[in-house]
Design a protein around this ligand. Structure first.
Ligand code: F6R
Length: 261
């Protein structure tokens, strides 16, 4: 795992967008794993801007989102399909047929989960998975006690996650209590992982995720087992990391990061 600390949310997000843009340019047929949430809104703004100003080409990309609420139709303003169209897909030259999210309205949710895993396999696996972290320590909607080898499945959301996301709904009681999510094992199968974490309210959980023991109580700790995972944080989110100076030293001295300094 590599931890990169940037001064503020804007520069952390800018760096994450540059890393993603570089991967897309290196491999135009990239299979990109995507996340939703408040942190990602800023990231998608940067990617849209890179598309507009620097011609970043999304036309050959395939995307797989981590999760979707069960019971929300795609046109519901809080569905993750709606979120992705609104924040990214409607503003770049992606072929919408190559954008995938689990179908939270499927009659047979278990079959939909198996189908989603198969789709990912059929595309040759995810090259780069973008991740945020929830206050419960989740990645995707892998809530505490998610098995390290879990695959795409339905998950009940924790009270912490419901409290985190319910204010985004016009009527907070409308927030579904279950979602389909890629499993921790599905995420660990991605070739590269890139986690973006900003804001002081994430400081405690990201310190546990990066420096704490690996535990299924905090699904993000599983990323310590991934061979190629980068975590980009701002100073506020980094405030409880014990080894900040070491992470800064690596970032400043690692040749691969020179082009991003
Ligand atoms: C959603 C997802 C979640 C979010 C996490 C952080 O697709 O993958 O794990 O990344 O809940 O959300 P924000 O950025 O709203 O704090």
């Amino acid at each position: 795992m590599e931890v990169i600390i940037r001064p503020d949310a804007e520069s952390a997000t800018h760096l994450a967008a540059r890393v993603i843009a570089r991967e897309i340019r290196l491999k135009p047929k990239l299979v990109l794993g995507l996340a939703t949430g408040r942190t990602m809104e800023r990231l998608y703004r940067h990617l849209v801007e890179t598309h507009r100003k620097d011609d970043l080409d999304f036309s050959l990309l395939t995307t797989f989102n981590l999760d979707e609420y069960i019971g929300l139709p795609p046109d519901h303003p809080q569905s993750y399909r709606h979120y992705m169209n609104h924040h990214l897909f409607d503003h770049v030259n992606i072929d919408i047929r190559n954008t995938n999210l689990p179908d939270g309205m499927a009659d047979d949710i278990d079959a939909e989960c198996v189908h989603y895993e198969q789709l990912i396999r059929d595309c040759g696996g995810i090259d780069l998975q973008v991740l945020g972290i929830g206050r419960s320590g989740h990645i995707g909607f892998n809530e505490p006690l998610s098995a390290m080898f879990s695959r795409t499945r339905a998950k009940a959301l924790t009270p912490t996650t419901i409290e985190q996301n319910a204010p985004l709904f016009a009527d907070p009681r409308e927030m579904p209590k279950r979602a389909i999510t890629m499993g921790v094992g599905t995420i660990l199968d991605s070739k590269h992982c890139l986690m973006l974490v900003t804001g002081a309210e994430k400081a405690s959980v990201i310190a546990k995720a990066v420096e704490g023991p690996v535990t299924s109580m905090i699904s993000a700790t599983a990323l310590q087992l991934h061979p190629d995972c980068r975590v980009i944080v701002d100073e506020a989110a980094a405030s409880q990391l014990e080894n900040k100076e070491y992470y800064r030293w690596i970032f400043e001295n690692e040749p691969e990061w020179q082009e991003f300094q």
